[in-house]
Design a protein around this ligand. Structure first.
Ligand SMILES: NC(=O)c1ccc[n+]([C@@H]2O[C@H](COP(=O)([O-])OP(=O)(O)OC[C@H]3O[C@@H](n4cnc5c(N)ncnc54)[C@H](O)[C@@H]3O)[C@@H](O)[C@H]2O)c1
Ligand SMILES: [Zn+2]
Length: 362
């Protein structure tokens, strides 16, 4: 099984995604990118810090110029410019210069925030992703989108900034809360639906192994997911075309996430959004009813929701209009032409979305 994926841009190798079952190879991998000459700041949160930061710091001690740790409170509500400001302050006090490096140890919140700080501190310093949630491993650590939330707007301020390395210790998934872990399956199933029909089948055949977080199954799943994202971001690094496919289930999913005041997890809302998109694809004659039913069954096997109660259709539709993708102009809705073939569609009407929502609002 492939445990190293190289991401290219303009046919040039930019960074490696390395998948291991421990932190053992971290220092050798960091040395390959010249980190031994650098000061390193490990950025982490109050949940991951106590679990892994000490171990990572000990591994780096005496192997690099200097190691410091910056810890902020866990949670999306700290993915803000205020936290970035605190991080800048720490870096300035520790005299970090353009040659130094940040190391993002944690979930998507840490990765996005650290990447944004790296993109902007001294007009850009290097950073490495060490993702520890399933969502971060299969999605947010790859592709170079970084950023923070601004007031009520998610990911409103950000930058494209590629990491120097993505290093995964897949064993960190074992300490992850079950519901957080399974929520990441929303994104994994998404890859199968938009580009990899054989992977979609594989997921359906390995439900127990995946739920038990068996190392081989996890490695295959994370590897194929990252590779699918790699192919898409290499083709379209700045989301001008096919990268939009990664938003399958996200237009309605984000609206539901917001309207439920974030009581449902992101991947859970994506699951509901994907059911709505599949239903809309069925109405257009692209998918069969049987395929929509099968998708719901697969999602349910991973304890993901396929519908949601207590929401008003119009309210959800209005919320999609406040989505960043809408502010930018016309809506690009992702439909499924077939299982394994996502398409970007600019002709989806409000009526179609209403019908899609009817299938998922109880
Ligand atoms: N940049 C991108 O392309 C991209 C893509 C998707 C999502 N995101 C962003 O990712 C964020 C969500 O990421 P997330 O789901 O990883 O959430 P998260 O970073 O908030 O992590 C979820 C929780 O799990 C804890 N945790 C993380 N790893 C753990 C482990 N191994 N063991 C125990 N606890 C652990 C965290 O401390 C946190 O409390 C959102 O802000 C979203 O906008 C970014
Ligand atoms: Zn997502």
């Amino acid at each position: 099984m492939e445990n190293r994926i190289t991401v290219h841009q303009n046919e040039k190798p930019i960074y490696d995604i390395v998948m291991e079952h421990s932190f053992e190879q971290l220092v050798p991998e960091l040395k390959k990118i010249g980190a031994d000459e650098k000061r390193i700041c490990i950025v982490t949160d109050t949940t991951i810090g106590p679990l892994y930061a000490e171990q990572v710091r000990n591994l780096l001690e005496n192997q690099v110029r200097e190691v410091i740790v910056f810890t902020f409170p866990a949670g999306e509500q700290y993915k803000t410019l205020d936290t970035v400001r605190d991080l800048y302050t720490v870096l300035i006090k520790a005299k970090f210069d353009r040659n130094d490096m940040l190391l993002a140890l944690g979930g998507g919140v840490i990765g996005d925030l650290t990447g944004f700080a790296a993109a902007t501190y001294l007009r850009g310093i290097e950073f490495v992703q060490i993702p520890t949630t399933l969502l971060a491993q299969v999605d947010s650590s790859v592709g170079g989108k970084t950023g923070v939330d601004f007031d009520q707007y998610k990911n409103m301020v950000g930058a494209f900034c590629m990491p120097k390395l993505v290093y995964m210790n897949l064993a960190t998934l074992h300490t992850l809360d079950r519901r957080v872990y399974l929520s990441g399956m929303g994104e994994v199933i998404k890859y199968g639906l938009i580009r990899r029909p054989e992977f979609y089948q594989w997921i359906g055949q390995h439900v127990q192994a995946i739920k038990n977080r068996e190392p081989e199954a996890v490695l295959h799943m994370v590897s194929v997911s990252c590779d699918t994202k790699r192919v898409i971001v290499e083709e379209d690094p700045f989301e001008r075309s096919v990268r939009a496919l990664l938003n399958l289930g996200h237009t309605l999913g984000h609206a539901i996430e917001k309207k439920k005041d974030f009581s449902l997890y992101h991947g859970e809302c994506v699951a509901i959004g994907m059911v709505a998109a599949a239903q809309m694809s069925c109405k257009r004659g692209y998918l069969t009813e049987e395929q929509v039913k099968e998708l719901k069954e697969i999602l349910q096997l991973f304890d993901l929701p396929t519908d949601v109660s207590g929401l008003d259709k119009q309210e959800v539709l209005d919320a999609t209009k406040n989505d960043k993708k809408m502010i930018a102009g016309q809506i690009k809705f992702i439909l499924l032409k077939a299982i394994g073939e996502g398409i970007v569609d600019r002709t989806v009407t409000e009526e179609e979305m209403t019908a899609g929502l009817s299938a998922v609002l109880k």
